[in-house]
Design a protein around this ligand. Structure first.
Ligand SMILES: NC(=O)c1ccc[n+]([C@@H]2O[C@H](COP(=O)([O-])OP(=O)(O)OC[C@H]3O[C@@H](n4cnc5c(N)ncnc54)[C@H](OP(=O)(O)O)[C@@H]3O)[C@@H](O)[C@H]2O)c1
Length: 293
């Protein structure tokens, strides 16, 4: 299939580029905002036309959760209006849209994993704009798979794992919230899952929402502690409460996603969070080693 990837320089897009570089059955067109602004309807249409696009994996998003509180219009444009543009263009070209959404569409007051069809109740501008993007895609009538994920990290860009490793080199101790529970997701695992979903579905009609994270549930404090351990850092991680670490955007206290639907769909590998964290830190360390040689 001819596949368009948007936002290809971000965490998820970079992992898709690595998978494509290893060789797949598909032809890939990788774009980011410098080559294709997904808010530009005419440019999106041209790109689909020129490359005969049959599937689009939308990795582009406004992901600065706190900054979104100050820039709601821009977040809305990129996270809601642009996915609608992609969905309408997919509908016109009979293409499949694979769109990535977030655990932040949920309210966070549950005490068991959120199922795909549970009621949403986003608490932040970011969460609200991502929820609106989902709604507009569903309403478009296009073939789509919406895949909600959470706590994404990778060896590129800014993320919690890289921040913790950096703090581990510069601080003796840090404080990390221990009353928000979720599940981290290595962007590489998500990229593999998206390609598997695409391959399994092929050109069949589909209008589905899935959840994909790594397996397990932990707090940010657990996550930071594991990063320091695996990364070989001597930095002590103190547990604190959300009240002791105020942020502009409200985070869900509990945002574990139920994975049973994607497991039932079959053919999707879901690694345990700690196994993937070990692999990502190895990749970060080997990159550092290479750049110092
Ligand atoms: N990061 C997380 O923890 C997390 C958690 C749950 C869900 N998700 C979702 O997972 C998906 C992938 O996230 P990610 O962490 O890979 O994101 P990311 O690293 O922030 O990458 C997003 C990419 O999209 C680009 N972009 C922004 N506006 C664009 C536009 N108008 N047109 C085209 N490209 C544009 C960005 O460019 P610039 O950098 O130049 O803006 C960036 O290269 C997103 O849908 C996100 O909402 C992420």
């Amino acid at each position: 299939m001819n596949i368009l990837v948007t936002g290809c320089k971000g965490q998820l897009g970079t992992e898709l580029q690595k998978i494509a570089a290893r060789g797949t059955q598909h032809q890939w067109t990788f774009t980011d905002v410098d080559t294709l602004d997904i808010c530009d309807k005419a440019a999106v249409e041209r790109c689909f036309e020129e490359n005969q696009i049959e599937a689009c994996i939308n990795c582009a998003a406004y992901t600065a959760v706190d900054k979104a509180e100050d820039e709601p219009a821009l977040a809305e444009k990129i996270n809601a209006y642009a996915p609608q543009v992609l969905a309408e263009t997919c509908l016109k070209h009979k293409a499949l849209l694979i769109h990535v959404s977030t655990d932040y569409v949920f309210g966070g007051d549950a005490n068991e994993p959120y199922k795909v069809d549970d009621a949403i109740n986003p608490q932040s501008v970011y969460g609200k704009t991502k929820a609106e993007g989902e709604r507009l895609i569903r309403e478009s009538g296009s073939n789509h798979m919406i895949v909600r994920t959470a706590w994404l990290y990778s060896s590129v860009g800014k993320n919690f794992v890289k921040t913790m490793l950096m703090l581990g080199d510069t601080k003796d101790e840090i404080n990390v919230v221990a009353d928000q529970k979720g599940c981290p997701t290595w962007a590489y695992d998500l990229a593999v899952a998206l390609v598997a979903l695409l391959n399994k579905n092929g050109k069949n009609d589909v209008h589905e929402t899935f959840h994909f994270t790594n397996e397990g549930q932990i707090t940010w404090h657990d996550f930071a502690t594991a990063i320091m351990e695996i990364g070989g850092k001597r930095c002590k991680v103190n547990p604190i409460t959300t009240d002791q670490y105020p942020t502009k955007a409200k985070r869900p206290a509990y945002s574990v996603l139920d994975l049973s639907k994607i497991k039932d769909y079959g053919g999707i590998e879901i690694p345990y969070w700690r196994d993937s964290l070990i692999k990502c830190i190895e990749e970060i360390n080997s990159g550092l080693l290479r750049s110092s040689q």
